[in-house]
Design a binder for this molecule. Structure first.
Ligand code: ZN
Length: 417
């Protein structure tokens, strides 16, 4: 019994009755994952329009909280900005009122990325050149854990939630509003630097190594850059430091809120390690995870944006794509031109689910994400079948509002068969 992701604008613009009518067509949905706070994502991403939204053809995510609680009252030093609209239109409450236990409802919360206010400079992520990474919070900063402890409690009390899906429990990747690979080289805030030193890691040496890798990339020496990245002890220690920082944050959050259960949203294993996500350790804390092996889009990563940031002509792009494949240990023999036309091959879904199974603690429930937009009917059913025959336990569809109505029918036809 699968799940599907809902955005606040789906509920506010379409109304719950409409949504439930479409969901009924899918046949096998058990769990709804309504987003509590948005990210800075174009809906739909990266192009197109919302096919069944009667109000907005496109919605730009604003990183705000869509629940009429007052997080500033419990956490004045740092809090997420709330969207004005929700005072009389509370999408979570509208959903719960209509639902009457028909579906399981697991609220989806983005942790380190969003529009926050208060002591931002004290809690932000900083890159290796000392630039603040906008709208990202550091797991080692002082106010983030207390903020989320109190905010999640407020949400749990208001709506009666016991379980949350927590997403963006990671460091920034290279894409967001703009492509910026520099954001992969974080965090060097004062809190991280002193914690690193305490653990015998000298931040200056890590930064020096990163400067060298950056200059290799600038000269299009992609292979040397990747080899240096993978072989450098400084980089490896720093990667481990980041993974430990994320794990410790989730551990502390669980410790502070023992009454709540957390499901975790991770990147597929091919990429998770570079963003600070350690499947083995995180699944000691959480028994349910979701990852998104979007095979057509490169596993959720903006691979094309990354390659074309560095490489402008075709031969250089091929070299960059080859090095990218080496960095993330992707075994595909396809060219960059093939990737641009077809995306990753379908084997990516099964390969990443197998890795997720091997890396996770025994008994972990694994959801495999299914891309439900910007995809042909044929590729959608291929992805569903690949997900079902993989090591994953079930599927989560992403996402309701972006999917065309014909996609609901495809899923229904597969359910009946
Ligand atoms: Zn930091």
């Amino acid at each position: 019994m699968a799940g599907i992701h809902l955005h606040p604008h789906d509920i506010l613009d379409e109304g719950i009755e409409n949504i439930y009518r479409h969901l009924a067509k899918m046949g096998h949905i058990k769990t709804l994952f309504p987003q509590v706070n948005t990210i800075f994502e174009r809906n739909p991403n990266p192009i197109g329009h919302l096919p069944h939204n009667p109000v907005h053809p496109v919605v730009m995510g604003n990183g705000k909280l869509y629940a009429p609680i007052d997080p500033q009252s419990v956490s004045p030093r740092l809090y997420q900005v709330g969207d004005q609209v929700i005072q009389d239109h509370d999408p979570l409450q509208m959903l719960l009122d209509f639902n009457q236990a028909q579906y399981q409802v697991i609220p989806w919360v983005n942790i380190f990325n969003g529009q926050f206010a208060g002591e931002i400079q004290e809690n932000a992520i900083y890159d290796f050149r000392g630039n603040i990474v906008k709208e990202w919070l550091c797991p080692n900063s002082p106010d983030v854990l207390p903020m989320w402890t109190k905010t999640l409690r407020l949400l749990a009390e208001k709506y009666g939630f016991h379980t949350f899906m927590i997403d963006r429990i990671r460091y920034p990747d290279w894409s967001g509003k703009h492509i910026n690979p520099q954001e992969l080289f974080t965090c060097f805030c004062s809190h991280c630097q002193s914690k690193m030193k305490h653990q015998g890691i000298e931040p200056k040496q890590v930064i020096l190594e990163m400067e060298q890798i950056a200059s290799m990339l600038k000269k299009n020496d992609f292979q040397i850059a990747v080899d240096t990245y993978l072989q450098s002890t400084f980089i490896q220690n720093w990667l481990r430091f980041r993974q430990n920082s994320i794990t410790q944050f989730v551990q502390s959050l669980q410790h502070q809120t023992p009454e709540l259960t957390y499901w975790i949203d991770l990147w597929p294993p091919a990429y998770s390690w570079i963003l600070g996500q350690d499947y083995q350790e995180l699944t000691k804390i959480s028994k349910t995870l979701k990852h998104f092996p979007y095979h057509k889009l490169g596993g959720g990563a903006d691979v094309q944006g990354f390659i074309e940031y560095f490489a402008k002509d075709e031969p250089t792009q091929e070299a960059a794509y080859h090095a990218f494949g080496q960095l993330f240990n992707l075994p595909f023999k396809q060219t960059y031109q093939e990737f641009k036309r077809f995306g990753f091959p379908i084997q990516f879904v099964q390969a990443e689910n197998l890795k997720a199974r091997i890396l996770s603690q025994p008994g972990t429930f694994i959801y495999s994400g299914i891309q439900m937009w910007n995809i042909s009917n044929e590729h959608l059913s291929e992805a569903i079948q690949a997900g079902r025959s993989s090591e994953a336990d079930d599927l989560i569809y992403y996402c309701y509002g972006w999917a065309e109505l014909r996609h609901f029918k495809v899923i229904e036809s597969l359910t009946d068969s």
